[in-house]
Write a protein that binds this ligand. Structure first.
Ligand SMILES: Nc1ncnc2c1ncn2[C@@H]1O[C@H](COP(=O)(O)OP(=O)(O)OP(=O)(O)O)[C@@H](O)[C@H]1O
Length: 261
């Protein structure tokens, strides 16, 4: 079943006539892990904002389960690079706030239990619940942001370079954690994940799209066959992954060069 269908989408920010996105078509199945690549400024974040319902298509449409996306919805949660936790609230209260919006009628004690469970799911100890964001490392804050996002059980997670600000070791740990969370769900969540990092996309994606620029359109797409999905151990030795890496880099480079020449 196609969960999200993007048809002939074009977009210009209000008050401007410059098209940021043009002629985007995409059919995404429930449970796909979609990675979006492309050079800086090509419109990846803008595309996520449209999926989130924070912007409206100029022409064309984005439909989820056959219904046009017309505004924000807790069924599509967003994780940004800068963690997005409210600094004046503890990690636990940040998660509780999201849970309260999702489940307004449930008891506080039930919601606290969900918050503690999701903190554990992302590998954090219970004492993190009472800590303020400034008392946590960048990696811990991003774990909290992901925990908050998972806690409200959205069908779709929109992740805008969530690991872009982290060091390589923390980043690898969080990639493994995210894959683990995603793959252990009975029904996988659909993930849209923006990254600049080809290796990250190769490791995570079941679908990869490369956006070109001015205005942005899809210049390359690939569906990864289940038997070709790499692990961290064979990321650099698998033949299909090597071929895909070559194709991704060639397409991104070609797009960069065509805007320099
Ligand atoms: N609110 C806005 N109003 C007008 N133009 C905007 C607005 N936000 C972004 N843009 C422009 O839209 C284009 C695409 O930006 P966007 O942030 O979507 O690209 P990106 O591919 O996510 O970039 P990066 O990889 O650097 O994060 C850029 O030219 C940017 O200047």
């Amino acid at each position: 079943m196609n969960d999200i269908v993007v048809e002939d989408l074009s977009f210009a920010y209000e008050g401007t006539d410059r098209l940021i996105l043009n002629g985007i078509n995409m059919k995404i199945n429930r449970g796909d892990f979609v990675c979006l690549l492309g050079q800086s400024g090509c419109g990846k974040s803008t595309f996520l904002r449209l999926l989130a319902g924070l912007e409206k298509a100029t022409t064309g449409s984005i439909k989820m389960d056959g219904q046009e996306i017309t505004g924000a919805d807790l069924d599509r949660s967003v994780v940004f690079q800068d963690y997005g936790l409210f600094p004046w609230m503890t990690a636990g209260d940040n998660i509780l706030l999201a849970l309260r919006q999702r489940y307004p009628k449930r008891k506080k004690s039930e919601l606290q239990k969900i918050a503690l469970d999701v903190l554990q799911d992302v590998g954090l100890k219970p004492d993190v619940y009472k800590k303020y964001p400034k008392e946590l490392s960048g990696g811990m804050q991003q774990r909290c942001a992901i925990a908050r996002s998972f806690s409200i059980d959205p069908s779709v997670m929109l992740m805008d370079e969530p690991f872009g600000a982290l060091d390589a070791v923390t980043r690898a740990k969080l990639q493994d954690m995210l894959l683990n969370l995603w793959s252990h769900e009975d029904q996988h969540k659909t993930v849209f994940f923006v990254t600049h990092d080809v290796e990250e996309a190769l490791l995570l994606a079941t679908r990869i799209f490369v956006f070109g620029q001015s205005p942005s359109k899809i210049i390359f797409e690939h569906s990864v066959k289940p038997e070709e999905r790499p692990t961290r151990a064979n990321l650099y030795t698998s033949e299909p992954v090597a071929k895909l890496r070559e194709a991704l880099i060639a397409n991104i480079n070609q797009d960069v060069m065509s805007h320099i020449e």
